[in-house]
Design a protein around this ligand. Structure first.
Ligand code: AMP
Ligand code: GLY
Length: 440
């Protein structure tokens, strides 16, 4: 049973569906037409309504649960499933604090001297925060402690300029208790190129996926507000055009250490784990750790998985991932989200989108639905992202090309796509940026 109804979860459901003898069940708060087709049965319910989810899992005699989004993890869904005797390949509430409590996460990194740390402190007092920001010459990221759906982080130069603007936000986070606490986390701003590394963990061993680069900003050229993610790409060699094998290994070693220290702290981490890193001139720095697959990043890697997904899940549960090999297709991927016009500011809701599923498939692309309402021959936009198309091919440029071909079969008067994702122009810009920082 997969918990969640977004495009990430559609990709997870697809991986379960491809598995040899799995029967798929789903819990989703709104109907995902893609998941609906794959699932034997589903419960339409808020994913955080743990009691209802556990009841449904018991009723359907579910053998194995995997959770997509972070909110149900924080609500203790895995703990409650476990009490009911149902196994889950996702972290407990305690282990998920690696994502849900940024202060705890940063303290854990400090305590065990994990590589890739940034200077950071938490504050309840605006004046003390000011002094810390001054010491870092104003080059900071300001973050709420808890979950904010990816919308709580503000970075100097990107979202605010100067001390006055910084302190306005510091005060707002504390006063309004954004992220659940009257506290704010201030981090040194890391400069470089971002990459995502996802891995399966059985609590001791990790099996890492190819690296992915996400695009958080709304508009082409990385302009505009931060979003849930507009698209992402990955390369056939598992690296990124600016990321060397040794950078990748450093990132993977950090994730491995985090899993080990979580174990020492008595919260064994089982499930997919996600590291977001900034590759700087001093190597990868930890931006955040998530207790789940990334959205959109799951859609770059799961379609490439050749090993039986359920077999890997069993490996996570039985603690024998070290005996498993993860076979992946050696392909590049480009994922572009189709979102309603005005998304992240004021979405145009209820607009028609025509999706020619067969023609998309014929291009060699994959289609994953996100948040739409189904009508007869079309879908309707909601406030959130509508659907994602993933081009898969031997090289990055052909994957981008195929993705665009497929997007020709998605039509609507009020949709928006960041067409620059995965293009050689944008990718080269990233390589150039990294080379400049490295003095090459
Ligand atoms: P998050 O919600 O933690 O993923 O943060 C949103 C975005 O803010 C990240 O994707 C980064 O681009 C940026 N960011 C977060 N923390 C830092 C940091 N310490 N230095 C530079 N950029 C950051
Ligand atoms: N792609 C960012 C996230 O899933 O948090």
């Amino acid at each position: 049973m997969v918990v969640g109804g977004g495009a990430r979860e559609h990709a997870m459901c697809d991986a379960v569906y491809r598995s040899n003898d799995a029967e798929l069940y789903s819990v989703m708060s709104s109907l995902n037409p893609g998941i609906q087709l794959l699932a034997k049965d589903f419960l339409k319910e808020k994913e955080t309504n743990v009691e209802k989810v556990v009841e449904f899992a018991q009723e359907k005699e579910i053998d194995l649960v995997i959770v997509g989004p972070e909110a149900p993890l924080e609500a203790g869904i895995v703990n409650e499933l476990s009490k009911a005797g149902i196994k889950a390949c996702s972290p407990t509430k305690e282990a998920a604090r690696i994502e849900t409590d940024k202060e705890w996460m940063r303290n854990l990194l400090k305590k065990y001297k994990i590589p890739g740390q940034l200077k950071c402190e938490t504050f309840t007092d605006v004046e003390k925060a000011r002094r810390f920001i001054e010491n870092l010459n104003g080059e900071v990221a300001i973050k709420p402690i808890g979950l904010t759906g990816g919308k709580g982080v503000r970075v100097s130069g990107d979202h605010f300029n100067g001390m006055d603007e910084a302190l306005v936000y510091v005060k707002e986070v504390i006063d309004k208790q954004i992220g659940g606490k009257a506290k704010v986390l201030i981090e040194e701003k890391a400069i470089g190129e971002e990459f995502t590394l996802q891995a399966f963990s059985d609590g001791e061993t990790i099996l890492p996926f190819p690296a992915v680069q996400d695009h958080k900003r709304l508009l082409p050229g990385d302009k505009g507000v931060n979003t849930g993610g507009m698209g992402s790409y990955s390369c056939e060699n598992g690296l990124l055009p600016f990321l060397t094998r040794s950078d990748y290994e450093e990132g993977a070693a950090i994730l491995q250490k985090i899993v080990e220290v979580l174990n020492k702290e008595g919260c064994k981490y089982i499930g997919p784990i996600y590291g977001q890193f900034m590759l700087t001139v001093d190597g990868p720095k930890i931006i955040e750790i998530n207790a789940r697959f990334g959205d959109p990043e799951a859609m770059n890697v799961l379609p490439l998985l050749e090993t039986d997904f359920i077999d890997i899940c069993k490996g996570m549960l039985n603690g024998n991932l070290n005996s498993k090999k993860m076979q992946m297709k050696k392909k590049s991927t480009v994922c572009k989200y189709v979102v309603p016009e005005g998304y992240a500011v004021k979405s145009m809701v209820g607009e028609k989108v025509f999706v020619d599923e067969n023609s998309i498939k014929n291009t060699g692309s994959q289609l994953f639905y996100a948040s739409v309402n189904k009508a007869n021959d079309y879908v309707l936009t909601t406030t959130s992202r509508s659907l994602a198309v993933i081009g898969i091919s031997d090289t990055l440029s052909s994957a981008e090309n195929i993705c665009e071909q497929a997007l020709n079969h998605v039509e609507g008067d009020h949709i928006f796509i960041r067409h620059d994702i995965g293009t050689s122009e944008l990718v080269e810009k990233r390589v150039k940026h990294m080379n400049e920082l490295r003095g090459i």
